[in-house]
Design a protein around this ligand. Structure first.
Ligand SMILES: Cc1cc2nc3c(=O)[nH]c(=O)nc-3n(C[C@H](O)[C@H](O)[C@H](O)COP(=O)(O)OP(=O)(O)OC[C@H]3O[C@@H](n4cnc5c(N)ncnc54)[C@H](O)[C@@H]3O)c2cc1C
Ligand code: SF4
Length: 492
């Protein structure tokens, strides 16, 4: 059915995304921060705000080219089931993105030029919420099997998207995961209060019933020889993520109480899931400093608040960005602007242009007590810090727990190095245009290939890798291409 035009819907209905629970309410528990309920009528009105502008810049703003105008219109017309079909045509796991995506599509919406963008992410979430509620999301096993066996190493969004696509093409897929549960950073990284883990479990159940085999608690290259995995499969897809933390180049990082974000956050994920949480770190009653202004840092701040921290200070090395787009960051690019994070809405202090000098143990007990830093003013060249003026050389911040969230440098291992998988200069796995590494039949996807990125990019990479593996195995493919734009993902 052709799309309806609703040129003045945005005048009739103001933008009303699905909201969040109040900061006071949500910090008292670990349940999702998002409002659990939404009204279909309200979302149908939000769908009507889409003007069907002819050149859907939102679609090129979305890395996986979600068919946004199609489902906006279908939701407006209350055809939720068809909207779900359209959504699944480009996105295996729309709830992964509908709950966690920073929504560069909304920055690229035509209305955003001089009005409020369509609430695209909320509409996406509503469609997939309804799909699960109504029981429309069911296993779709392939009609025939090809006889090819594929191993996917790593079960984050990239690995899972690759697995589902390859399985639907008829190949026998086994997913190997070193953690005790499937999901990668969706399970052991992103906090429960941003993304409830039952959402991963319901997909794992769907994938299992489609015929995908999951092998957990198995690190390829350690618990299981990589050569054995290669020998047992016709192709391998490496979706290992990029979880090697960037280190802080100052004295004192070896003190007790200083740890990378990814040693802290998974502990709380495990506690929330009733699993053993080795490490036993908690922010309760502590002065917490979070180094890093990105979304991993924000998740540390929010987790520390829920654990009962005395004080939480989040420190960014850069100047606070402007709230308006800069001239060299025009629409429809993803907006590089400062917005308060959900974590900062909940409390704590946020410091910018603070250059950490040392982490200090004042009483010689081996534990960190203080962060010493200088407050600076930076000048930038080509977007990089070039020069600084020191405004205060002796900034001291009490710190019983320092969480380092300053980024990641690439995959934390290379189990197939002896098979010929090489790394690029940035530490990621080098691939050719087919996403194949230097080793014949071994492909790479997601953060492991592109560096630490976003869920939506990981899903797109998994879909593209599946297409390339399918073509490699069969000489042809009917799996759809995915990543459509060259928009760089937002940093974190
Ligand atoms: C704290 C945090 C919060 C984030 N929040 C957001 C957000 O809100 N929105 C967003 O879009 N993105 C967010 N991201 C980024 C997003 O989670 C990642 O970009 C995405 O998960 C990458 O997917 P992936 O499948 O490539 O890798 P991962 O999700 O990292 O999964 C890789 C998997 O491979 C496994 N593995 C590694 N080596 C082996 C081996 N040798 N054998 C077996 N298994 C192995 C790992 O255990 C892991 O499960 C966040 C990241 C972090 C760290
Ligand atoms: S995946 Fe992200 S960018 Fe794409 S439509 Fe959904 S919210 Fe927008």
């Amino acid at each position: 059915m052709p799309r309806e035009h609703h040129p003045d819907g945005y005048r009739k209905h103001p933008r009303r995304p699905i909201g969040k629970r109040s900061a006071t309410e949500r910090t008292a528990d670990f349940r999702e921060i998002w409002a659990p309920e939404w009204s279909p009528e309200a979302l149908q009105n939000q769908g009507e705000r889409c003007v069907d502008c002819g050149v859907p810049t939102c679609m090129s703003g979305c890395p996986i080219g979600n068919r946004i105008p199609e489902w906006n219109d279908l939701v407006h017309r209350s055809d939720w089931k068809e909207a779900l079909e359209q959504l699944h045509a480009t996105n295996n796991f729309p709830e992964f993105t509908g709950y966690t995506c920073p929504a560069p599509c909304e920055d690229a919406c035509v209305l955003a030029v001089n009005d409020d963008a369509v609430a695209i992410k909320s509409i996406e979430r509503a469609i997939v919420d309804k799909g699960w509620e109504e029981g429309w999301i069911q296993p779709e096993p392939p009609a025939e099997r090809t006889g090819f066996q594929v191993a996917v190493v790593g079960s984050g969004p990239a690995g899972l998207a690759a697995a589902q696509q390859l399985n639907r093409a008829g190949h026998r897929v086994t997913v190997y995961e070193r953690d005790e549960a499937i999901g990668g950073l969706m399970t052991y990284g992103i906090p429960d209060f941003k993304f409830a883990k039952r959402r991963v479990e319901q997909r794992v159940d769907q994938l299992g019933r489609e015929g995908i085999r999951f092998v957990v608690d198995t690190e390829v290259g350690a618990d299981l020889p990589a050569e054995q995995v290669r020998a047992g499969h016709d192709a391998v897809c490496l979706a290992l993520g990029a979880q090697e933390p960037r280190t802080l180049p100052v004295p004192g990082t070896d003190l007790d109480g200083v740890l990378p974000a990814m040693e802290f956050l998974p502990q709380e994920n495990r506690r929330q899931q009733g699993q053993a949480a080795p490490g036993g770190t908690t922010a309760a009653h502590k002065n917490v400093v979070v180094l890093g202004g990105g979304s991993t840092g924000a998740d540390c701040v929010a987790t520390a608040h829920r654990q009962g921290a005395k004080q939480v200070v989040q420190i960014g090395i850069n100047e606070r960005g402007s709230t308006e787009r800069a001239a060299d960051n025009p629409w429809p690019e993803a907006a590089q602007v400062y917005t308060k994070t959900y974590a900062q809405e909940e409390g704590g202090a946020e410091e910018f242009a603070v250059n950490t000098q040392a982490l200090v143990d004042l009483d010689d007990d081996g534990r960190v007590d203080e962060l010493q830093a200088e407050r600076v003013e930076w000048t930038y060249e080509d977007g990089r810090r070039a020069d600084k003026t020191v405004l205060d050389p002796e900034l001291q911040i009490p710190a019983d727990l320092v969480l380092v969230a300053i980024g990641f440098t690439g995959p934390d291992s290379n189990p197939f190095a002896s098979s010929g998988v090489a790394r690029a200069d940035d530490g990621t796995f080098a691939t050719d245009d087919r996403l194949m590494t230097d080793a014949e039949g071994i492909f790479a996807a997601g953060d492991a290939r592109m560096g630490a990125s976003l869920v939506v990019w990981a899903i797109g990479e998994g879909r593209d890798a599946a297409r390339q593996v399918d073509r490699y195995l069969t000489g042809n493919t009917e799996l759809p291409a995915s990543l459509q734009t060259s928009n760089p993902p937002l940093g974190r």
